[in-house]
Design a protein around this ligand. Structure first.
Ligand SMILES: Nc1nc2c(ncn2[C@@H]2O[C@H](COP(=O)(O)OP(=O)(O)OP(=O)(O)O)[C@@H](O)[C@H]2O)c(=O)[nH]1
Ligand SMILES: [Mg+2]
Length: 421
């Protein structure tokens, strides 16, 4: 399967339905859609919003508005319409029938397309292919699918017969099965790799796309991840060892970002990429504070992570890009609403020592930290503690040596047995 949309300098109109009283929200969502289009190399000419209670199940807009849209497209010489919501297969079919000379794309397909452009590793590529195949399956009768394009000759002779569509569907279902198997194999390899790492406190960066996750990762771990003012720059998980101070080391992971109305097929197939976050001891929820819609960023992250059932106390909210806030009263009011949060600028290195302190105290409070009172002559136990764990503190306590050690649960159990502790 190649691209969902044909490449080339496409000229697009963006369109959305806004509920009464939610016009501004739709406008901002369209601004974001414009950024997505830009990331995909599409030129945005204009935007179009219709106020109505909900989108029309047949045409998305009312059919009269569709004609207005067609006229607007002609006037602007647009060759593409991008809808801000995921269209149902029926809506796509009906709109395309009404507007046969213009290409139609919805938000989900556009996001899928960006993921395809940015996928580099085998895992990311396979995940995107799976999400795309799942997206295409119910839409196979549509002209914009590659499988259908291969059937172009058949279509010109009167359209693909039901039979051909059935065959295509079966092929696609087989492909989905195979991609799922491939992903299972890759997930297993990743799991082995994860297990082979020594046990350290795992911190995962999660957040909206473009919030600055990779920038923070590079600041803490040294440059390694690409940073760009584009959406969904990072798709793969990168894990780096970060020495916070003499006694505290963490594994820090940077991964795929979120966005509102993220296609559910993508969330499902990126599950293994998000595994690092799911299993982290601490998640830094990174929010771009310069975005007036930042509460929506928080809501989106919470929604995507809801099904992972991560306990709330494992999160620390981190507001990034505070250097962009000109109005200090705005910052003060966000601070008062989020007294537990950290406020940083990953780009300028502001607020980082407080963030590190917050992470360090989480390590110290972790259930994996154990105290041992050891006889100074017990060289074997001391060596084992150094070898298997991370010594957070060691000092004399009377006759004994006190060790505070970060240890994996299984290692702790085996040491307890071995030394009869
Ligand atoms: N002004 C300002 N810009 C920042 C800050 N942190 C990151 N940026 C910029 O924001 C843009 C996105 O940063 P990234 O680190 O790539 O964001 P990300 O969260 O990794 O994004 P994706 O990988 O696309 O999900 C880049 O242009 C960064 O230079 C900050 O503290 N202040
Ligand atoms: Mg990134």
């Amino acid at each position: 399967m190649e691209k969902i949309i044909e490449k080339g300098p496409e000229r697009a109109l963006l369109c959305a339905v806004a509920q009464t009283g939610k016009y501004e929200e739709s406008e901002r969502s369209l601004e974001e859609l414009a950024r997505l289009a830009d990331t995909a190399g599409i030129e945005v000419l204009d935007t179009f919003i219709q106020v109505r209670e909900k989108s029309d199940p047949v045409f998305y807009f009312g059919s009269g508005k569709l004609n207005t849209l067609q006229a607007l497209a002609r006037e602007n010489e647009a060759d593409l319409l991008i809808f801000d919501d995921e269209l149902t297969p029926a809506q796509q079919k009906n709109i395309q029938k009404q507007l046969p000379d213009i290409n139609i794309l919805d938000r989900s397909a556009l996001i899928l397309d960006i993921f395809k452009i940015h996928a580099k590793t085998r895992e990311a590529k396979t995940q995107v292919q799976l999400a795309e195949a799942e997206y295409l399956l119910p839409r196979l009768a549509r002209q914009w699918t590659h499988l259908e394009r291969q059937e172009g000759a058949a279509r010109m002779r009167g359209g693909p017969g039901e039979k051909q569509i059935e065959i295509d569907r079966r092929l696609l279902r087989d492909r989905i099965k195979k991609l799922k198997l491939d992903l299972q194999k890759i997930a297993l390899q990743m799991e082995t790799k994860r297990k082979s790492r020594s046990r350290r406190f795992n911190v995962a960066l999660v957040g909206y796309t473009n919030a600055g996750k990779s920038t923070l990762m590079n600041l803490l771990a040294g440059p390694s991840v690409e940073v760009e003012d584009k959406l969904f720059k990072t798709l793969d998980t990168t894990v780096r060892r970060v020495q916070l101070d003499k006694t505290h080391t963490i594994y820090l992971s940077d991964t795929v970002g979120f966005i509102r109305k993220l296609p559910h097929q993508l969330v499902a197939s990126f599950r293994s990429t998000l595994k690092e976050a799911e299993e982290a001891d601490l998640l830094l929820k990174l929010i771009d504070v310069s975005d007036p819609d930042y509460p929506l960023q928080i809501q989106t992250i919470d929604e995507v992570l809801k099904e992972f059932q991560i306990p709330g106390d494992r999160f620390v909210t981190v507001f990034n890009k505070i250097d962009l806030l000109e109005d200090m009263t705005a910052l003060a009011s966000i601070r008062s609403r989020h007294p537990e949060a950290c406020f940083i600028s990953a780009q300028r290195g502001i607020g980082i020592s407080k963030l590190i302190t917050a992470i360090r105290s989480r390590i110290d409070e972790s259930a994996y930290v154990h105290q041992f009172y050891v006889d100074p002559a017990d060289g074997k136990l001391i060596a084992d503690l150094h070898h298997h764990g991370e010594i957070l503190e060691s000092r004399f306590a009377g006759e004994k040596l006190l060790f505070k050690v970060f240890l994996d649960a299984s290692v702790y159990e085996s040491l307890k047995k071995k030394y009869d502790l």
